[in-house]
Design a protein around this ligand. Structure first.
Ligand SMILES: O=P(O)(O)OC[C@H]1O[C@H](OP(=O)(O)OP(=O)(O)O)[C@H](O)[C@@H]1O
Ligand SMILES: Nc1ncnc2[nH]cnc12
Length: 183
């Protein structure tokens, strides 16, 4: 969503780039500098939540780990519940499980089986969209539980890695605030 990405230069200026982390060749877009800025954090949460205010979101789904920080705040802003999708072995109850690959590795996600009732409307939140592998794993888990996915909201989009196109091809409504080209 290039249009929206162009309107958030104040937020872009607060995101720092660290080359060659966690592997050589990766330009790491670090949102900790944005989260640490009081006005930046408040604006980020409000702008991430804005497109979904009238969409009847029951639960916000945060993708571990950075999606927990923004997902919790967006859930509070929308008056919705919060549900974590966690990396394997962290959730104590019965879970559904999905392996996935991302820009610099692979992992396994889990979601509590009883965290979403069939037909509940959910919003997926994470800090950054790169290949879309992480978000697609979250979508797969939510679909297995019968959730109605309203869409996905990210601060950062790396369009060259194709994540937004990949999620839109799955029929997802994807909202991002800041795009970084050249990744
Ligand atoms: O679109 P993708 O290529 O899948 O990459 C995006 C994911 O990568 C980062 O998480 P990471 O797995 O590094 O985990 P962390 O949040 O626990 O640091 C980021 O926070 C997204 O979740
Ligand atoms: N380039 C990047 N910067 C920060 N987080 C990421 N997750 C996947 N790719 C990333």
């Amino acid at each position: 969503m290039k249009g929206a990405s162009d309107q958030n230069e104040d937020l872009r200026a607060l995101i720092r780039t660290i080359p060659d982390f966690p592997k050589p060749g990766i330009m790491f877009r670090d949102v900790t500098s944005l989260l640490a800025d009081a006005a930046g954090l408040r604006a980020t949460v409000a702008r991430m939540a804005a497109p979904w205010e009238d969409k009847g979101i029951d639960k916000v789904i945060g993708l571990e780990a950075r999606g927990f920080i923004l997902g919790g705040a967006v859930a509070y802003h929308l008056g919705a519940g919060f549900v974590p999708v966690r990396k394997a072995g962290k959730l104590p109850g019965k879970v559904v499980t999905q392996d996935y690959a991302l820009e610099y590795g692979s992992a396994t996600f889990e979601l509590h089986e009883d965290s979403i009732a069939p037909g509940e409307t959910v919003l997926i939140v994470d800090d950054l969209l790169a290949t879309g592998g992480t978000a697609e794993a979250g979508i797969t888990l939510l679909e297995r539980l019968g959730a109605c996915i309203a869409g996905c909201s990210f601060v950062v989009d790396l369009p060259d890695l194709g994540g937004a196109a990949r999620l839109r091809a799955l029929g997802m409504d994807v909202h991002t605030l800041v795009a970084f080209d050249g990744d």
